[in-house]
Design a protein around this ligand. Structure first.
Ligand SMILES: Nc1nc2c(ncn2[C@@H]2O[C@H](COP(=O)(O)OP(=O)(O)O)[C@@H](O)[C@H]2O)c(=O)[nH]1
Ligand SMILES: [Mg+2]
Length: 281
């Protein structure tokens, strides 16, 4: 479906670059979208980062279902993996970030202390699929952007580190990974939340997918938001909305308008804060 966006050469190069950068860091910050923590992960990351500690940041928590976000945080936490749900735009999260990083790398810090060394700043690289918020996150800390060198022609771009407090440094370039496009549902979810371009997906597919999920997980919104009854199928439920809203064209239901406006409602959170996946029990 959406494979058109990715070129094998591009992927190979990105992967090689990431492998190089990974050698220079103590842990990895993986950003995923809190509204779909599974669909927004990269299938290759496990293999790429091996046993390095991992901090998963669930971004855009301001747009996600609060209860499900809690469940996801619990479900993803393991000994070698910490999880924080954050709002990169409205929240001041640097203290939380530093605390979690120190906890995650406690073994490394202890080892340096045992050797009589003064623990140095921990180093991390950020990675994730497009649109999860990597740049927003990094820019929060990169306040001296103008002072950075290396982007001028003829100057070799060296790694730049961005300080977060005294104990944490971030690599200024994120590792961009690709999602699990072979899975059709993943493509639909990413498109629904605007993470991949509309041109590569069909609006009807998006609207029907979203309607079906809401009919089973949030059936109350059809009454409270649209004042319609749920029908047997997503298609018929959407038709009820069209009739209620008067989306008509020459006496027939204007399906283009219907599908587009339903998807727009979802993207604008008119149907509430929705998370499109539940953690496995
Ligand atoms: N509401 C909300 N929007 C966010 C958050 N983080 C990022 N965004 C928005 O998501 C979009 C993609 O972010 P960007 O940093 O460019 O993602 P990148 O492709 O991973 O670098 C932008 O419009 C950001 O403003 C967040 O925590 N909450
Ligand atoms: Mg970016």
């Amino acid at each position: 479906m959406a494979n058109v966006q990715w070129f094998p050469g591009h992927m190979t190069k990105a992967k090689r670059q990431m492998e190089e950068n990974l050698k220079k860091v103590d842990f990895v910050i993986e950003i995923r979208d809190a509204r779909m923590p599974d669909a927004s992960k990269n299938p290759m990351l496990d293999q790429l980062i091996q046993n390095k500690p991992r901090l998963i940041l669930l971004s855009k928590k301001d747009k996600a279902d609060k209860e499900l976000t809690k469940q996801w945080v619990n479900a993803l936490e393991t000994e070698n993996q910490k999880v924080l749900a954050l709002d990169f735009i409205h929240e001041n999260f640097s203290k939380q970030l530093i605390k979690a990083s120190n906890e995650l790398c406690i073994n490394l810090i202890e080892k340096q202390k045992r050797r009589g060394m003064k623990p140095r700043a921990l180093r991390a690289m950020v990675c994730g699929i497009p649109n999860v918020g990597k740049s927003t996150f990094i820019n929060t800390f990169a306040k001296r952007k103008a002072a950075q060198t290396g982007d001028r022609p003829g100057v070799t771009k060296s790694l730049q580190w961005i300080k977060v407090g005294q104990t944490l440094e971030l690599l200024d370039t994120p590792g961009v990974l690709w999602p699990k496009f072979e899975d059709q549902q993943v493509g639909l979810k990413l498109a629904l939340l605007g993470s991949i371009k509309d041109q590569v997906v069909n609006m009807d597919d998006l609207a029907l997918f979203a309607c079906e999920y809401l009919m089973s997980e949030k059936p109350e919104i059809f009454d409270s938001v649209y004042h319609v009854e749920i029908a047997n199928t997503p298609y018929e439920t959407l038709q009820n909305i069209a009739i209620k809203r008067g989306y008509l064209l020459k006496g027939e239901i204007d399906e283009n308008r219907l599908m587009l406006s339903f998807v727009k409602d979802i993207r604008e959170n008119k149907c509430g804060l929705i998370t499109w996946e539940k953690p496995h029990a």
